[in-house]
Design a protein around this ligand. Structure first.
Ligand code: LIP
Length: 260
């Protein structure tokens, strides 16, 4: 497992460098963009970055499966597999908004064993291996359980879920005296919990590749995954909520809204 962990960290940085190169060249050479749906885009960078990650990992570990946002699933009975979002926060990436990242998780027997999220604009590598703690670059991250003076929950929203759930979540946070932010990248929103920039993340429906690496980061830092952990087995979309333990009740209230 440690070899996979090291290689996941290596390829996350390589993938981030490729994404930055596409971003730098976009202004002069343009960037091919396709719409997958309303406010849901895929760029040539998303596709090429996933191809880089997929070919590197499956050459290194030919028995491993792969489950990525931009290419066909390759799952093999009894084998571990990689869950990859090559550029999470694509809409931000396209507009040069610095809230996007590369998300790589490794799952085996229903457990998330490796989680790596790279923020190329800030050159921050968030990473965790099951049972070995969570890190931001090489600095160990440990969440304390004290109630923050001014709790902040980061929200996400897409056309996959009714707008009303997002608005109800904002109302519930307001009622509980909790601030909210929305940045457009679930992976970075989850990762920034472990560095103390926020206290939790909630979105009424997410894909597994958006959040599974972030789940392990938060658990290994001493936080809690309130909803979404079952994705490691089901690989289906569902409500996602995770954060520091003192916000468990707030996050659960948001999940209850999503499940109503
Ligand atoms: C995005 C998520 C975000 C969600 C967007 C989109 P993508 O991932 O990170 O939280 O609200 O709809 O799913 O598509 O940029 O990889």
């Amino acid at each position: 497992m440690l070899d996979r962990y090291q290689q996941a960290k290596h390829i996350a940085r390589e993938a981030g460098a490729l994404a930055l190169e596409y971003k730098r060249n976009a202004k002069s050479q343009g960037l091919k963009i396709q719409a997958k749906g309303v406010q849901d885009f895929v760029t040539e960078a998303d596709q090429q970055v996933e191809l880089l990650i997929r070919s590197f990992l499956q050459n290194k570990y030919p028995n491993d499966g792969f489950f990525g946002e931009e290419s066909d699933a390759d799952l093999r009975p009894g084998q571990g597999f990689w869950v990859v979002d090559p550029i999470d926060g694509t809409s931000n990436y396209m507009r040069h908004v610095d809230q996007w990242g590369v998300s790589i998780a490794y799952v085996k027997d229903g457990e998330i064993l490796i989680g790596v999220i790279y923020d190329p604009d800030r050159d921050i590598l968030y990473h965790a291996c099951k049972g070995k703690g969570a890190y931001s670059n090489e600095q160990r991250q440990r969440l304390d359980d004290k109630l923050p003076q001014d709790p902040i929950i980061v929200l996400g929203q897409s056309r996959r879920a009714p707008l009303a759930l997002y608005l109800d979540a904002i109302s519930e946070l307001h009622r509980q005296g909790v601030e909210h932010r929305r940045y457009g990248s679930a992976a970075l929103g989850l990762a920034q919990v472990i560095s103390g920039q926020c206290d939790g993340y909630f979105e009424a429906e997410l894909n597994p590749w958006d959040c599974m690496a972030g789940f392990l980061l938060i658990e290994e830092a001493g936080g809690v995954v309130v909803s979404g952990g079952q994705m490691a087995t089901s690989l289906t979309n569902m409500p996602v909520a995770a954060g520091i333990k003192s916000q468990h009740h707030v996050l659960q209230a948001l999940v209850d809204i999503a499940n109503q």
